[in-house]
Write a protein that binds this ligand. Structure first.
Ligand code: F6R
Length: 264
């Protein structure tokens, strides 16, 4: 795992977008795993700008989102399909038929989960998986006690997640109780993971995810087992990390990060 600390949320989002853009330029057929949520909005803004002003080309790439609420129509403004259309897909030249999210309205949800896994496999697996982190440490909607070997499945949302997403639905009681989510095992099979978090409210959970003991109570700790996981945080989200001096030195001196320095 490598941890990159940027001075503020915009600089951190810019770095995440540049990492994605570099992978996409190196492999135009990239299979990109995507996440939703407040934190990702700034990353998608930068990617849209890079497409418009820098010609970043999404025409050959495919995408797989981590999750979708059960019971919401694709057109529902709260659905993650709607979120992705609004924040990214309709502003770049990705082929909509190559964008995938689980269908939360499928009549047979277990079959839907199996076919989502099959689709990921058919596309050759995920090359780069973008991840946010919930305040209780979920990645995707892998709530506490998600097995590290879990695959795409229906998951009941934890109380903290309902609370975290309440403002979008006008109250925690209105948030769907279940979601389809890639499993921790599905995520760990991605060739590279890119976890992005900003803000002081994520500082405690980031420290646990990165430096704490591995536990299924905090799904994000599973990323410590991944061979190529990059964590990008702003100063606020980094404020509880014990090893930040070491992480800063790696970013400041290691050759692989040279092209990403001096961008703020
Ligand atoms: C969303 C997802 C979640 C979010 C996480 C952080 O697709 O998978 O794990 O990334 O809940 O959400 P925000 O950014 O809203 O704090």
């Amino acid at each position: 795992m490598e941890v990159i600390i940027r001075p503020d949320a915009d600089a951190a989002a810019g770095l995440v977008a540049r990492i994605i853009a570099k992978e996409l330029r190196a492999n135009p057929h990239l299979v990109l795993g995507l996440a939703t949520g407040r934190t990702m909005e700034s990353v998608y803004r930068v990617l849209v700008r890079m497409h418009r002003k820098g010609g970043l080309d999404f025409s050959l790439c495919s995408t797989f989102n981590l999750d979708e609420y059960v019971g919401l129509a694709l057109s529902d403004p709260h659905s993650y399909r709607h979120y992705m259309n609004e924040h990214l897909f309709q502003h770049v030249n990705v082929e909509l038929r190559n964008t995938h999210l689980p269908n939360g309205q499928a009549p047979d949800l277990d079959a839907e989960c199996r076919s989502y896994e099959a689709a990921i496999a058919k596309f050759g697996g995920i090359d780069l998986q973008l991840l946010g982190i919930g305040r209780a440490g979920h990645i995707g909607f892998n709530e506490p006690l998600s097995a590290f070997k879990s695959r795409t499945r229906v998951k009941a949302l934890a109380p903290l997640t309902l609370e975290q997403n309440a403002e979008f639905f006008g109250g925690a009681d209105k948030v769907p109780r279940r979601a389809i989510t890639m499993g921790v095992g599905t995520i760990l099979e991605s060739r590279r993971c890119l976890l992005f978090a900003t803000g002081a409210e994520k500082a405690g959970i980031i420290a646990k995810a990165v430096e704490g003991p591995i536990t299924s109570m905090i799904s994000a700790t599973a990323l410590q087992l991944h061979a190529h996981c990059t964590v990008v945080v702003d100063e606020a989200a980094a404020s509880c990390l014990e090893g930040s001096e070491y992480y800063r030195r790696i970013f400041a001196t290691e050759p692989e990060w040279e092209e990403f320095r001096n961008l703020d």
